[in-house]
Design a binder for this molecule. Structure first.
Ligand code: ASP
Length: 411
């Protein structure tokens, strides 16, 4: 068995064992919380240097600014189109299943986590694109302003000729070094994912309590998971197959370490180092495309989150007895897409940006209280979908870039 397969099997074993221990030993498993935290922090510490160096190397690899523009446009079209497909699937499933019909919202309060976020709007999302202080953004792990800065920085470096070259070479070296550290960190991944899953399930009170909570909103959870499955196993693989002619199962196998990491960390950003490694080294997506597409994808392309937001919004509407017509559902469609772009790649970010979706069609924020108890679980499912969407995006953009930007002349 080769080394990569072994690591993957160990990671899957880690998730299964973590689920088993968390399920049966409950809160006692919180004792291993710190092990999971260390693994998470090891990944997180790589994210900032990785994002900055990846964007710079990715952009300079794409060539002149015109080519960057074209590749950027292809990436944008892929992100928007797949997010739109996922929201449409979400709306379809939730309208068919009607998980909120007959469930009462009475007695629910606006959860603390989202209180005060009512004024969150589109302008806030736009404002989060730039930051006056990059050091502050790094400290707070605000990724979007760093991406924007690195986009400019990398783009401008390519226009400097002789002077720009050593700077690009420097960031290239930084990138290679960080990727080597990713390799090392992955050696502890099986233990890390075990600890993360076991302690989280333990914190939720173990299997029986989790199951009871799940059953309370069982139909809603089913709608989310079914929607995510349809998107991840039908829509995205179809796009991959049609555009790149790759075998989706093989692509899935090669991306599995990223997906298991996504499931256990519930964070696209923390998973990014692994996502890049899987795309570049296992799935052989060109380095420049992976380095350009994946950091942006981890931050703005969240198919799973968008789908979840649309299902949750309609679930709340159904519980509140508010019927949303086609026009209102179109508003949900657009705001869910924007809310997913605005959500950071961190655990349960989607729960907060959902306020925007609910406000846009006048739905009661109290409804969010109904989603809280199992959100940690659905968050993991949607994060896997988010990372899967990014991974497929890297291959799709790579193929289209070769066709339309390079004109098939890639060296
Ligand atoms: N946890 C998700 C991610 O990192 C975001 C969310 O939906 O809350 O991709």
């Amino acid at each position: 068995m080769n080394k990569n397969n072994l690591l993957l099997y160990l990671m899957i074993a880690g998730i299964l064992l973590g689920t088993f221990c968390g399920w049966f030993f409950g809160r006692e498993m919180q004792a291993v919380d710190w092990v999971g935290e260390i693994f998470l922090d090891l990944l997180k510490m790589l994210v900032i240097p990785l994002i900055i160096s990846s964007m710079i190397v990715g952009i300079s690899g794409l060539g002149d600014i015109r080519k960057v523009g074209k590749t950027g446009l292809i990436t944008l079209i892929y992100f928007t189109a797949t997010t739109a497909v996922s929201v449409a699937i979400g709306l379809l499933v939730v309208n068919l299943l009607e998980p909120g019909a007959g469930v009462s919202l009475a007695g629910q309060q606006v959860p603390e986590r989202v209180a005060g976020k009512e004024s969150l709007g589109i302008t806030d999302i736009l404002k989060s694109f730039v930051s006056p202080n990059l050091v502050h953004s790094m400290a707070e792990m605000e990724i979007l302003p760093l991406i924007i800065f690195s986009l400019f920085f990398g783009g401008v470096l390519t226009t400097l000729g002789e002077k720009g070259r050593p700077v690009i070479a420097f960031f290239d070296g930084v990138n290679e070094a960080v990727m080597k550290i990713v390799h090392l960190v992955m050696y502890v991944a099986p233990v890390g994912v075990f600890a993360l899953i076991a302690s989280k399930l333990g914190e939720a009170g173990g299997g029986e309590l989790f199951f009871a909570e799940l059953m309370k909103v069982g139909k809603y959870a089913l709608a989310v998971v079914l929607g995510l499955l349809l998107h991840a196993t039908v829509a995205l693989p179809l796009i991959l197959m049609l555009v790149t002619k790759r075998n989706p199962l093989l692509y899935l196998k090669n991306a599995s370490e990223a997906l298991t990491t996504a499931f256990s960390t519930a964070s696209s950003s923390a998973t990014l180092p692994v996502t890049i490694e899987c795309a570049e080294e296992r799935n052989k997506v060109s380095r420049k495309t992976s380095l350009f597409v994946l950091p942006i994808g981890a931050t703005v392309n969240m198919d799973g989150t968008a789908l979840y937001e649309s299902v949750a919004a309609l679930f709340i509407a159904q519980m509140a007895g508010i019927s949303l017509g086609f026009g209102d559902q179109m508003v949900v469609f657009i705001t869910a897409t924007l809310a997913a772009i605005g959500a950071a790649g961190i655990p349960e970010a989607g729960l907060v940006t959902m306020v925007m979706v609910l406000e846009s069609v006048g739905l009661p924020l109290e409804g969010i209280a109904m989603l809280l108890s199992i959100d940690w679980f659905l968050d993991r499912c949607r994060t896997v979908t988010n990372v899967w969407g990014d991974s497929i995006g890297a291959a799709v953009v790579d193929t289209l870039e070769e066709k339309f930007v390079e004109g098939g002349n890639r060296p």
